[in-house]
Design a protein around this ligand. Structure first.
Ligand code: FAD
Length: 380
């Protein structure tokens, strides 16, 4: 494999199915702690670790940079009975309260690129957008439509990131997993990941989470740009676009349309676009102004942003918690909003859409803390 940037740690170098219990045993025999650099911080501030920029505290925060860090962190969490939470860039979470357990910040680095086969392996802590750029610079194509999505490579499969007509699963080969439940290190393939629209088997929260350590993708050396998504097609010339043009156009559109979390706290789309049946869609259409839609299997997918806009949420503000003025799907922190306040606003928005259209919105963002889990209430 033509090395691009070496791995700071090599999850594959560890025995593929080595149970942590075995490591623990070896440690007890040698009387040594596992090597690691995680430097735990107790009662840590999570404000810089979530793109909403809301204030929250963690019982403990540890940076995971190398193999030994995970085992060390688990040992510490176990000894104090702390639940675990994984975090990459914090761009798809809302802290509605403090997290009393241990937050593991994935900061392992490394990218390996094999130009000949088109295979790319990235450590979980790599920045997603930088990875897209690196692949393009190395003549490997396919990820251009997913440019400028904030966050880490390790979180990309968790919600099967997608944008401009492309989803991660099209390039996915496997990931390297560390299961904190039993300490098993193993590969996880596409089928087990169970990818669907902004979802995967990894998205289900667990007391003992499964850690994505690295991600392997299959890209193409032949340029096969995908400029068909309407918003992209509108901006690109009729002539065949190059992957670089698609990349640059996606970046330009996103910079224009989306708020920069460094300026205005947000986590991108707060809700998923709902799938509804054709019958429901016909009823919606009969009310007047029809929503834009994409056929999806038996039903249709309609933009949650359109439903919220119809309810007057574009630019809505409730204290420091609000909705982006150019897109009703994006909740924003105008400065000093609490996670609880943003969650309350999201709940009210979901209830309003249900009252108006009979459609339940499901959050795309993971909400941590707060007493009521914000799940769509399915009608019987
Ligand atoms: C302005 C903006 C625009 C966005 N646009 C898009 C978009 O177009 N398409 C899209 O799909 N998303 C979009 N997002 C959402 C977000 O960027 C993605 O979901 C991204 O993949 C999250 O990465 P992260 O590292 O920040 O994850 P985090 O927010 O840190 O974590 C998200 C979830 O993944 C888990 N997780 C994180 N790392 C790991 C790991 N290594 N192993 C196991 N679990 C892990 C966390 O526990 C959490 O449940 C946008 C967000 C913002 C702020």
């Amino acid at each position: 494999m033509g090395q691009c940037r070496g791995f700071d740690w090599n999850p594959l170098a560890a025995s593929r199915h080595s149970p942590l219990a075995g490591g623990e045993l070896a440690r007890r025999r040698s009387g040594k702690r596992p090597a690691g650099t995680m430097n735990p911080t107790f009662d840590a501030d999570l404000t810089p670790h979530n793109t909403f920029g809301v204030a929250a505290r963690a019982g403990c925060l540890a940076e995971i940079r190398e193999t030994g860090d995970l085992e060390q962190a688990l040992e510490l969490a176990d000894s104090r009975g702390m639940p675990l939470l994984l975090l990459g860039g914090g761009s798809n979470v809302l802290f509605a309260g403090d997290f009393p357990g241990m937050v593991l910040l994935m900061r392992n680095r490394g990218v390996e690129i094999d130009r000949e086969s088109g295979r790319v392996r990235a450590a979980a802590g790599e920045n997603w957008h930088e990875l897209v750029k690196t692949c393009l610079d190395n003549g490997l194509h396919g990820l251009e439509n997913l440019a400028l999505i904030p966050g880490s490579a390790g979180a990309a499969p968790v919600q099967n990131i997608g944008a401009y007509g492309v989803e991660l699963e099209s390039f996915f080969i496997e990931l390297e997993l560390f299961d904190c439940d039993g300490g098993i290190r193993r590969a996880m393939g596409r089928e087990e990941c169970g990818f669907s629209y902004r979802d995967s088997a990894l998205k289900q929260p667990r007391q003992r989470p499964r850690v994505v350590c690295s991600l392997t993708l299959q890209l193409q050396s032949d340029p096969a740009p995908n400029p068909r998504y309407p918003a992209l097609a509108e901006e690109l010339a009729e002539s065949a676009a190059t992957p670089r043009e698609v990349f640059e156009t996606v970046c330009r559109i996103r910079r224009r349309k989306l708020p920069d979390p460094a300026v205005l706290g947000n986590a991108g789309s707060f809700f998923k676009n709902p799938m509804i049946s054709r019958g429901e869609f016909d009823r919606l259409r009969a009310r007047g102004d029809p929503p834009p839609f994409h056929p999806a299997g038996e039903g249709v997918k309609i933009p949650a942003g359109w439903l919220l806009e119809q309810c007057g949420y574009k630019g809505f503000r409730q204290g420091a918690a609000g909705v982006f003025e150019r897109h009703a799907l994006i909740l924003v922190n105008h400065g000093g909003a609490s996670g609880g306040g943003l969650r309350q606003l999201a709940l009210a928005m979901g209830d309003r859409v249900f009252a108006e259209f009979g459609i339940r919105l499901e959050p795309e963002v993971r909400i941590i803390g707060g007493d009521e889990p914000m799940r769509p209430r399915r009608e019987s």
